[in-house]
Ligand binder design. Sequence first.
Ligand code: SAH
Length: 509
Amino acid sequence: MTGKVFLVGAGPGDPGLITVRGAELLSHADVVFYDGLVNPLLLSLSTGRCERTARTRSGNQTIFPQDEINRQLISEARAGHCVVRLKGGDPYVFGRGSEEARALLDADVPFEIVPGITAATAAGVYAGFSYTHRDHSSAVAFVTGTETTASGSSRVDYDALSHFPGTLVFYMGLARVQSICDRLIDSGMAPDTPSAVVSHASLPDQRVVTAELSQLADTVKQKSMRAPSLIVVGECVNQRNTTSWFEALPLFGLRIGITRAEHQSDDVVHTVVRAGGQPVLLPMIDILPPDQQQQHNLETTIDDLQSYDWLIFTSANAVREFMKQLWERGQDARKLHQLKIAVMGASTAAELERWCLHADIVPEQSGSESLAQVLKPIVSGKRCLWPAADRARNTLAELLTSAGAAIRKVVCYRHVNVSESDELRQRFSEARVDWIGISSPVIACQVAGLFPQLTEKNCSTKIVSISQLTTDAARDAGLTVHAQAAKASWTDMLRAIAVTTDHSMMDNS
Ligand code: SAH
């Protein structure tokens, strides 16, 4: 029983730049081995086991020699697994992908290769220069910068490069930028040739410096540019002022702390990334399955659904967890055929639609009081089932009971506050978060307790709040609120950040 290995290009950094084929394979993989250049946000596409295989040390990560990586790919495939080997950029552009493919071939392990957008392509587009603009350049060369040494023992032909009729892009050259520029000039290239270094291309911390070739190394040093970086040499660099779009995105460069439960963060993460920001997951809430007793109650209720008239959902989580349970009990939506369904608001209705169900009642204003207002005249004498979080407020049940309904709350998930977590504390301080979003009074208190540095006067992290209620609670907890959403949603919190940071309004999807 042999599995298969897929060598997949992850793209240059922006998680949106993986291919459709790459994303599809990630979602099927049993095991993913990813290298140090891969954006970890891509791993959320996979439900398989993910292991980092960097060949250089970062933090306390292990160093993986290439032979060891090859061995692991082969042994996982031989165990029958679908293995994705995810590599930054394109696997065959300075990526040692061909060496891995060779090792698989020798071991008789089947494989496929999926190309990726290489760093150079992304750097040109995201920094705003076209390498082959027809007025300036009719060719582009991708060159390794690591072979270049001061003593000149290099396979790279600098005489040829200095007369190359187009743009040069050097990979892996940051540490040797001085010697690369010197050798080009010594071989006859004009010292005032436009040149640039692009670091972290396509990522929120993308930085670009430009200089004449003779000044580039000094500029790079002054500006403390960091790897991974590319060196670009050619006339195209001068176009940058007119065509750079990425750095103009509304949240460009901002690291934004997202306090939602992790599995509910996808939409916000997506919006932040598409607006040029860096999401930092700081979940203050965890969603857990019901405990044993609650699970038992839920199951017996599901077996007895025919005795209810109304099904009421007050959160999208409740819809999802309830429908999952129904499915796991061997049932499906047909079991709900005689029930009327009421939901709290638009996002709960949207989750219901994902299960191909229409809500009979969606109040215009979201909230227990509004929902009760609509339901009161029609539920008298009816039996209502309310699957909800363990700590859902009881207001709805009280209001409907007083209107003569028989309402039964059944717990279908638990909401747990994260109040102690060394991992989150460490993530928060390492990520140098620019803004943190707080979406309820409870979260305001948790944030103040977990990250006490936020209550200090000179703290550089700013706070955006979802509503006046939350702003007041945050102030009571000793926090300074720098912006407040116009409407109570995460999108509006992000918009408030963009406005406060003086970027244009967000209009990208
Ligand atoms: N296979 C990769 C390249 C791997 S070699 C690709 O196709 O992009 C590693 C080098 O790639 C780095 O030293 C740097 O020069 C370049 N690189 C990778 N990602 C980059 C990024 N986001 N921005 C700038 N350079 C990058």
